[in-house]
Design a protein around this ligand. Structure first.
Ligand SMILES: NC(=O)c1ccc[n+]([C@@H]2O[C@H](COP(=O)([O-])OP(=O)(O)OC[C@H]3O[C@@H](n4cnc5c(N)ncnc54)[C@H](OP(=O)(O)O)[C@@H]3O)[C@@H](O)[C@H]2O)c1
Length: 306
């Protein structure tokens, strides 16, 4: 809560949550408290819906009835008249994307949501969805360790359909920071170690190589920036932030501490200061390193359109 309030104080406006974050709508309830403290008008509220946590992992249901039920729950728990962006958490084989978006379009017309987002949708789904109603944004993993949207047509589909990419996983659960430079058995996030293939022992040790190269990059240039902030700055620059001509990618960052918040704010300042020479060298460093391990385990990847 303190970190969210500090973020709003520092000018952050977009807050992203989900109906399934935490037990008994804990994530939404936290947002409701923030809304009461700072006022609805200061915030851009983005809420993902349609996910259920089961004993076997996540299940997703995004049919018409699910859309209706989830918006009513969201508005009631948040205590607001509308949310700014409502986002089906996944595209599922059971429900054509046109059906989900058509129901969301009705919510726009009723004033219950302002805009429609997507999450982990393929290029084809982005095109199909955009034919029903403009899509404001796509949540997908993108950053120095994950650039697949550049190759699989997703980034191009976003560009052509005027969809902003909200890049998550930028700092890879804290791996892309000094924390990731700890030995595998000391990497503080044990849950990440076990869950994400990228952090399984052999992959972790290999992927540390990228961290070491980034640290060297910073030291050689005597840059006053952390590894994490460099990763955030890379995404912002790649997204057109420095030139403001093509702002197509924006980082969507998770953090619990004001320390990380301040560090990430620094990234925003750094991005416009980075020289073209340094930006090119950083690009080369990142592109030359082969990341080992998938971003999610296979059973989760099956739910991610590519
Ligand atoms: N659409 C989807 O399927 C999907 C999936 C996952 C996430 N998301 C969205 O994306 C948001 C971000 O989640 P994420 O998975 O991408 O998390 P993340 O940003 O990869 O990792 C968050 C972790 O990184 C650490 N961190 C962040 N900035 C740092 C810094 N400057 N220095 C050191 N450590 C830093 C934080 O540490 P501290 O806690 O210590 O501050 C936090 O524990 C979520 O809140 C959610 O809204 C969407």
């Amino acid at each position: 809560m303190a970190t969210i309030l500090a973020a709003v104080e520092r000018g952050v406006r977009l807050l992203d949550s989900a109906t399934y974050y935490g037990h008994d709508h804990h994530g939404l309830k936290l947002l409701a408290k923030v809304i009461k403290r700072v006022g609805r008008e200061k915030l851009v509220l983005s809420v993902k819906f349609g996910g259920t946590i089961t004993g076997k992992g996540m299940e997703h249901h995004v049919g018409r009835k699910d859309v209706r039920r989830e918006i009513e729950t969201t508005l009631a728990v948040l205590g607001v008249e509308y949310v700014d962006i409502f986002v089906p958490a996944r595209v599922t084989p059971e429900t054509p994307i046109e059906e989900t978006v058509d129901e969301l379009k009705a919510l726009v017309q009723e004033g219950k949501i302002r805009a429609i987002g997507l999450s982990e949708a393929s290029a084809a789904s982005i095109v199909r969805a955009s034919a029903v109603h403009p899509i404001a944004c796509l949540q997908t993993e993108f950053g120095p360790m994950e650039t697949s949207i550049e190759q699989n047509g997703i980034l191009e589909a976003c560009r052509k359909n005027n969809v902003l990419v909200l890049a998550y996983g930028v700092v890879q659960h804290g791996f892309l920071s000094h924390k990731g430079l700890s030995p595998w058995d000391e990497f503080r996030d044990a849950a990440s170690r076990a869950f994400y293939p990228r952090f399984h022992k052999e992959n972790y040790e290999h992927n540390q190589g990228l961290l070491k190269q980034l640290q060297r990059f910073i030291e050689q240039r005597q840059l006053d920036i952390s590894i994490s902030a460099l990763a955030v700055a890379w995404v912002m620059r790649r997204g057109g932030y420095a030139t403001e001509t093509d702002p197509r990618i924006m980082p969507l960052l998770g953090m619990r501490t004001t320390r990380s918040l301040e560090d990430n704010i620094k990234a925003a300042n750094f991005v416009s200061l980075m020289s073209q020479l340094d930006a090119d060298a950083l690009e080369q460093t990142l592109r030359a390193f082969e990341i080992r391990g998938q971003r999610y385990p296979p059973h989760v990847m099956r739910g991610v359109e590519q």
